[in-house]
Design a binder for this molecule. Structure first.
Ligand code: ADP
Length: 466
C-alpha cells in the first residue's frame, strides 16, 4: 500500500498535468504513427518497385537471348524450323500435337524457361498464334498485342507479364513475333510476404511508439511541472509573508477599537505599530515587484556605475546601523579609482546593500564586516566578509531561493523576508555576473560578487555621454 503511494508521481496527481500528458502522448503517437505508416508505405513501394525492375530485366534478358538464338535459325516467315524444338522445352505447334524432341533441359538454351514460370509464344505476321513453349498457361488469350510490355490475366485470373519482340528470318524478312512472359505468382507471393512483415511490424512499432510517447510526454512536461510547482510554492510563501503584517495590523486596529477611549500616547503607539507593519508590507511588495521585473526583463539599464563610490556611500549609510549593534564596518578598496563598470547603479546599490545588511544582522556584537573591492582581469570582484554566525554548507544553494531562511525565527526577528539573497542573485545574473558564498559555522561568511568589466560597452557609454 505504502509502495503504491510512493509510486504515484506528483505529476500524475495533478489532473491538468495528467490530461495534458495524455493529450501530448496521444499527439506524439498519432504523428509518429502517421510518419511510420508513410515510411512503411514508402518501403513497400520501394521494395516492390525494385523487385519489378529486377523482374523486367530478367524477362528482357531471357527474351533477348531467345530472340538472338532463334532468329539465326529462321528461314521462312511464319514457319518454325524443327531445330528450334531443341532450344525450347515443351514446344507445341498450335493445333498439332506437341513436338517434344528433346525434353532434357541441358539442351535448351535457357534453363530459366524450364523453371515453371516462363512461357514463349510465336505469332506470325498476321497475328496468328503458331506455337507455344515452356510453361504456357492454357487460359491466356491467343491474341497478339504488339506493344513491347504487357501485363495480362488468364481465364483463372492469374496475372502474367510479357514482352513482345519482332523476329526476322536469316535473310532479314519479317518472320512474326516472339512473346516471352512469366507468371507473376512468385512476385505476388513476395509482395504478400513484404505486406505481412509490414503489417505485423507496424502494430509492434506503434505500440513501442505509444510507450515512448507516454515517456516522452512525461519528459517534456517535467520542466513545466517544476516551474508550476515553484510558482505554487512562491505564491503560498508570498501569501504567508503578506499575511503576517496584515494580521498584526488587523489585531492592532481591532484592539484599538475595543478601547473606550484613546489618549494621545496610546494613539501614537498604535499609529507607530501600524506604520511599522505598513512599512514591512511596502518593503515586501516592493521586493516582490523588483523580483518580478528582474524575471520579466533581465537586462538592467546600462549606465556607467562607479563601484568604489557605491561602496563608500553604503559604508557611510550603514555605519550607524553597524555601530548600534557593536559591529565594525569597513571597506578595503584595491582597485583603480574611479572604478567604473556598465550596469544599473540602483540595482548594484541594492545588491551590495543586501549583503552588507545581512552581514551586520548575522554578526554578533564586537564582530567585523569588511567590504572588499578588487579588479581581476575580466571582473570587478566585490566581497562582503563577516565574522558572524556562518551558514551550514548544505544550505549554501538554498539560501538563494525565494523566501528561504536558514533559521526562520532569527531571520524574522531581523525583519528579513528571505527575499534578500534571491534579489541579489537575480541582479547579479542580470549583470551577467555570479554570486557565491563561502562560510564556516561560527566563524563567518564571505559573499563574493563577480561582475564582468565589459570594457566595450563602457567605452560606448562614455562616447555617448561625451
Ligand atoms: P533574509 O531577508 O531573511 O535575510 P536573505 O535572502 O537575505 O533573507 O537570506 C537568506 C538566509 O540566508 C537568511 O535567512 C540567513 O539565514 C542566511 N544568511 C544570509 N546572509 C548571511 C550571513 N552573512 N551570515 C549568516 N547567514 C546569512
Amino acid at each position: 500500500m505504502a509502495l503504491d503511494i510512493v509510486s504515484i508521481s506528483p505529476m500524475n496527481q495533478n489532473k491538468l498535468f495528467k490530461s495534458t500528458r495524455v493529450r501530448l502522448a496521444l499527439w506524439y503517437a498519432i504523428v509518429m504513427g502517421l510518419i511510420l505508416t508513410l515510411c512503411g508505405f514508402g518501403v513497400y513501394k520501394a521494395v516492390s518497385h525494385a523487385r519489378w525492375v529486377a523482374l523486367d530485366q530478367e524477362l528482357k534478358s531471357v527474351a533477348g537471348t531467345l530472340h538472338d538464338s532463334i532468329e539465326l535459325k529462321l528461314q521462312q516467315p511464319g514457319r518454325l524450323e524443327p531445330i528450334i524444338a531443341q532450344l525450347l522445352p515443351n514446344i507445341c505447334a498450335v493445333g498439332d500435337k506437341c513436338i517434344q524432341l528433346q525434353s532434357n533441359s541441358q539442351h535448351h538454351i535457357l534453363s530459366a524457361i524450364s523453371t515453371g514460370y516462363y512461357y514463349v509464344r510465336f505469332f506470325d505476321n498476321s497475328g496468328r498464334l503458331i506455337a507455344t513453349a515452356g510453361c504456357h498457361p492454357e487460359g491466356l488469350p491467343p491474341v497478339l498485342n504488339k506493344t513491347p510490355w504487357q501485363t495480362l490475366k488468364d481465364s483463372k485470373g492469374n496475372i502474367y507479364h510479357q514482352i513482345s519482340i519482332i523476329l526476322h528470318t536469316q535473310d532479314n524478312r519479317s518472320w512474326g513475333y516472339i512473346q516471352v512472359g512469366r507468371s507473376l505468382e512468385e512476385f505476388s507471393h513476395y509482395l504478400d510476404t513484404v505486406k505481412l512483415i509490414l503489417g505485423l511490424g507496424l502494430p509492434m512499432a506503434m505500440s513501442m511508439v505509444a510507450v515512448a510517447s507516454w515517456w516522452l510526454a512525461r519528459l517534456a512536461m517535467q520542466p513545466i511541472y517544476q516551474s508550476y510547482k515553484q510558482i505554487q510554492q512562491f505564491t503560498a510563501d508570498a501569501a504567508h509573508e503578506l499575511r503576517t503584517p496584515l494580521a498584526a495590523t488587523q489585531a492592532t486596529v481591532e484592539s484599538a477599537l475595543l478601547m473606550p477611549q484613546l489618549d494621545e500616547p496610546e494613539a501614537r503607539e498604535i499609529l507607530q505599530t501600524l506604520h511599522r507593519q505598513n512599512q514591512r508590507l511596502t518593503t515586501l511588495v516592493t521586493d516582490l515587484l523588483l523580483l518580478a521585473r528582474l524575471d520579466r526583463q533581465p537586462l538592467p539599464i546600462r549606465q556607467e556605475c562607479c563601484l568604489d563610490e557605491i561602496i563608500n556611500d553604503l559604508i557611510e549609510e550603514f555605519e550607524a546601523m553597524a555601530f548600534s549593534v557593536c559591529v565594525t564596518l569597513t571597506s578595503s578598496i584595491h582597485a583603480p579609482q574611479p572604478f567604473n563598470i556598465v550596469g544599473d547603479s540602483e540595482q548594484l546599490y541594492r545588491l551590495i546593500s543586501n549583503l552588507i545588511i545581512n552581514a551586520i544582522q548575522y554578526t554578533p556584537s564586537l564582530g567585523k564586516v569588511t567590504v572588499f573591492l578588487e579588479r581581476s582581469e575580466y571582473y570587478a570582484v566585490i566581497k562582503v566578509q563577516d565574522t558572524g554566525i556562518g551558514i551550514p554548507q548544505m544550505e549554501f544553494s538554498q539560501i538563494f531561493e525565494r523566501f528561504y531562511r536558514v533559521n526562520s525565527d532569527r531571520s524574522r526577528s531581523t525583519g528579513g523576508s528571505g527575499l534578500g539573497l534571491a534579489i541579489s542573485q537575480a541582479i547579479v545574473r542580470a549583470h551577467q555576473g555570479n554570486l557565491n558564498v563561502q562560510s564556516e559555522l561560527g566563524k563567518g561568511s564571505t559573499f563574493t560578487i563577480r561582475l564582468p568589466l565589459d570594457a566595450t560597452s563602457c567605452n560606448s557609454v562614455r562616447s555617448i555621454s561625451l
